[in-house]
Every structure is written in C-alpha cells, then in structure tokens.
Design a protein around this ligand. Sequence first.
Ligand code: SAH
Ligand code: DHB
Ligand code: MG
Length: 217
Amino acid sequence: MPTPADVDDFVCAAAIPEAAQMRPILDRNAAAGLPAIDVSPAQGKFLAVLARSIGARRVLEVGTLGGYSTIWLARAVGESGEVVTLEYDPLHAATARANVDAAGVGARVDIRVGAALDSLPGLTGPFDLVFIDADKENNANYVRAALGLARPGALIIVDNVVREGAVADAASTDPRILASREVIELLGTEPRLEATVLQTTGAKGWDGFAIAVVTGA
Ligand code: SAH
Ligand code: DHB
Ligand code: MG
C-alpha cells in the first residue's frame, strides 16, 4: 500500500523537477547541523505556485532556517523581486546566506538576523505574500504585524497549524497548540482577512497551512 511519502516521491519525480535541483540545499543544512524542519519539496512548490498566481514581487518570510522555503519563494518572485526573511539563529542565517547565493538568488534575498518581533517594526511594506514559519507561540503576533505590511490582495500563509490534528484538541495545554488555535481564531475574526486551513500529508506527516487573503476591508 503506497504511503503519503510515496505519493510525494512520485509527484516530485513527475512534476517538480526543481526538487532534485534543490536537494543540495537540504544536504548543506544537514551538514551544518540544522534540523530537517524545512517545508517539503511539494509544499515549497505550493508556496511558489501561490506566489506566481498573484504575481508576487515582494515576499516576507518569518523563519528562514537554511533558506529552503526562501529559495522556492525567491525563484517565484523573479529577478526583479525580493524576499525579506527573518531569522534569529546566526548559524541558520549564515547557512541560508550560503544556500541562497549558491542557488543564484542571493541578490534578491535580504536575511535579517534577529528576533522577528524586533525586525518587523523596521520593515517597509507593501508585501504581496507573507509566509510565517518560526516560533509558533508568536503566530498571532506575526499575523498582526503582517496585516500592517501587506497590500490588499496579499496572501498570509502560516505553516504547521495542524500538528497531527492536535489543533482540534480544545483541552490541549501545549503552548504551541494553543497558539495554533489562537492564530486560526484570529484569522476567522479579523475583518480584513478571509481564511482557510488546508490540511497536508506527505513526506512531512499530517500538518497544514493556514492561508488568508487580505481583503482591504
Ligand atoms: N521556513 C523554513 C523553516 C523554518 S524553521 C523552511 O521551510 O525552509 C523555523 C525557523 O524559525 C528556525 O530557523 C528558527 O531558528 C527560527 N526562529 C524561531 N524563533 C524565531 C524568532 N523569534 N525570530 C526569528 N526566527 C525565529
Ligand atoms: C517544526 C517546525 C516547523 O516549522 C516545521 O515545519 C516542522 C516542525 C518543529 O519545530 O518541530
Ligand atoms: Mg514549518
């Protein structure tokens, strides 16, 4: 019986040639001792397809790690585009710098080293897409900051909001799960956002993205 990971393997082989090209990035991350918590190749392509579908030119990412998702987004914004990405771990940021340069997109990637909540007030919008994938406890703070930086029509995407279904456990006391519930409730009540959550499976197990569009209301 095929598994979700088998499906990812087939999809990558059949439809995502970039996945093989980008494999050396994941190898460099592993060599540097970074945790393997990057988006999967199919998820990275999903972010790139979303960015392309709205013609995104300026992207903000919260949580760089080794730059794997950054590079998917940087490829999608094209040569005249820009990705600003926030990372507080200097080793992660240095690894990401090496990776974006090796991928040939270094000139369009601005890596800001520091706690994201410290870097966000210094950023100038508008951004067309914001990808939030850092410390989950601050997800609602990141969405509120994104609202101040995103143009009407922009997408705000939050990674890891499902966590093997734990988000549906109203009795959870895990701060990360409480934060996932809080951010989804914020997306549901904030009048300037229209949102959904898309559950995912595949190479990375059962998780999901929250996806919201800024309505400008
Ligand atoms: N987006 C990446 C994965 C990010 S993993 C990818 O898919 O390839 C989460 C990252 O957020 C880690 O590198 C971690 O160091 C960083 N991080 C955690 N808390 C942070 C904070 N408060 N400010 C900035 N970065 C943070
Ligand atoms: C973790 C963080 C992530 O951003 C992710 O996509 C998967 C796992 C984690 O901290 O465990
Ligand atoms: Mg993530």
